[in-house]
Design a protein around this ligand. Structure first.
Ligand SMILES: NC(=O)c1ccc[n+]([C@@H]2O[C@H](COP(=O)([O-])OP(=O)(O)OC[C@H]3O[C@@H](n4cnc5c(N)ncnc54)[C@H](O)[C@@H]3O)[C@@H](O)[C@H]2O)c1
Length: 433
């Protein structure tokens, strides 16, 4: 099948490469000329495990190419995926300007029947608006389908290749069958391709993200209560996780969720509720807990060192919003570091993949180090903010010898407090001591 994917970010690049791997001819279009030039030179602008090999193979075998010319790509394709960004506007709603702009360009380029698919996360009702925009631009027949994406950054290729389910929102059997054929190679083990109406598909995506965000905020509240009463949230978590009605996923408390999806999508769903005169009370609380969680973490630091952090030097391990990505969009590390710096502290930080992003965000306001041990030099405490595998079993003796004071604030609860206390560290977890 000839496919165009518009937007070559964390989603578009994975989607395009995976469809090419499935034997389709794919053009990935982006209006960022520099990104497209770099991709054509074989430079992958993001860190995503398994992606470089996939891109390289499919480019070499001429199933995958990169372009800035949207009309050309649209004319040679039957199916066009929209994977452009839908960031948050000041009101909390999703910014759909890129989606609508691209819809207009697709309509103008149409020369025969085509299926436009929303892969971007868009509020309920967006596909209908896209249909109107395209209809104004063309006399050719077309369909608009919703096919939300559920991949996780850090395991995006695997998730796309073996999806738990594929959701297709379609109001007509013809485009639904086209999408079913397209996904057939990815669901050979029998995982469902669910065909639903368009509004339902649009809601499923937001409901999934909001539910996962709610689990995290819920556990953060339980952890905060554990802090107050002296209970151990690790044990509480295991007590919950072994209940088959609850299960173990997304029960880890910490410094709050970040990334380009959970914060944005919970806000957008609250906003959708508001537009339909429905108050999404649970999600407002989910959001509020998440906003407070980095602040509570910094309070642990100020409770130990005092409000004025002038003269204090902190090491930070982990900057990306989660492991196995370089993405720092809405990463809790940003607000935590800003709060420390505002109180007069200096910060030296390390992340295995996000240093380039961090340089762009912090410029020279913090020191970025080439290794995790390098940032411990003279540190009054270590703040662990992203649970990269490489941070799980460090050499604590070496750390203690390098730091000015042996203090660890563990924002992801990856260390055993007893072990650290035996080694002479002061240890502060989230919901455990
Ligand atoms: N990141 C995730 O894990 C994830 C998972 C599922 C769904 N989503 C959704 O997918 C969408 C894309 O997310 P992302 O993380 O890939 O974003 P991104 O910012 O990484 O990528 C968006 C890309 O679109 C390009 N673009 C913007 N306007 C354009 C235009 N008019 N024409 C052509 N290209 C244009 C940008 O240059 C950029 O390369 C969002 O709606 C997001 O909510 C993201």
């Amino acid at each position: 099948m000839n496919i165009t994917v518009i937007g070559t970010g964390y989603v578009g690049l994975v989607v395009g490469s995976c469809f090419a791997e499935g034997g389709n001819d794919v053009v990935c279009v982006d209006n960022n000329q520099e990104k497209v030039s770099r991709l054509r030179e074989g430079v992958i602008p993001i860190y995503e495990p398994g992606l470089p090999e996939l891109v390289e193979r499919n480019v070499r075998e001429e199933r995958l190419s990169f372009a800035t010319n949207l009309p050309d790509a649209v004319r040679r394709s039957l199916v066009i995926f929209l994977a452009v960004g839908t960031p948050t506007t000041p009101s909390g709603a999703a910014d759909l300007s890129a989606v609508f702009q691209v819809a207009r360009e697709i309509g103008q380029a149409m020369d025969r029947y085509k299926v436009t698919v929303t892969k971007s996360t868009v509020p309920v009702g967006t596909a209908a608006k896209i249909r109107e925009i395209i209809r104004k631009e063309t006399k050719h027949p077309f369909d608009v389908v919703s096919n939300p994406e559920f991949l996780k950054q850090g395991a995006a290729v695997e998730d796309f290749m073996k999806p738990d389910r594929v959701i297709v929102g379609a109001d007509d059997p013809r485009p639904a069958e086209i999408l079913r054929d397209l996904y057939a190679p990815f669901v050979r083990t029998g995982n469902p391709v669910m065909i639903v109406d368009i509004q339902t598909a649009e809601i499923i995506k937001y409901a999934a993200n909001a539910f996962l965000a709610a689990r995290i905020s819920f556990m953060n509240e339980i952890a905060n209560l554990c802090d107050a009463v002296g209970a151990n949230v690790d044990m509480v978590r295991m007590g919950l996780a072994s209940d088959s009605r609850i299960g173990p996923a997304f029960l880890f408390p910490g410094v709050g969720y970040g990334g380009s999806c959970f914060p944005k999508d919970t806000l957008a769903l609250i906003e959708t509720g508001r537009e339909h005169a429905y108050d999404m009370k649970i999600l407002q609380a989910v959001h509020q807990v998440n906003i407070n969680q980095p602040k509570r973490f910094v309070e642990k630091v100020t409770q130990h060192f005092g409000q004025d952090l002038k003269g204090k030097h902190f090491a930070v391990w982990g900057l990306a919003f989660k492991p196995r990505t370089n993405d720092m969009r809405d990463a809790p590390a940003i607000s935590i570091i800003e709060m420390l710096v505002e109180r007069g502290a200096t910060v030296a930080a390390y992340d295995p993949e996000a240093l380039e992003e961090a340089k762009r965000i912090f410029q020279s306001r913090i020191q970025l180090c080439p290794t995790n041990y390098a940032c411990l030099e003279g540190a009054d405490a270590l703040l662990l903010l992203t649970e990269w595998q490489a941070f799980r079993n460090p050499n604590f003796e070496r750390m203690k010898a390098t730091m000015r004071q042996p203090v660890i604030f563990d924002g992801r609860n990856i260390y055993e407090s007893e072990t650290l206390q035996e080694l002479g560290f002061s240890y502060f977890g989230v919901g455990k001591r």
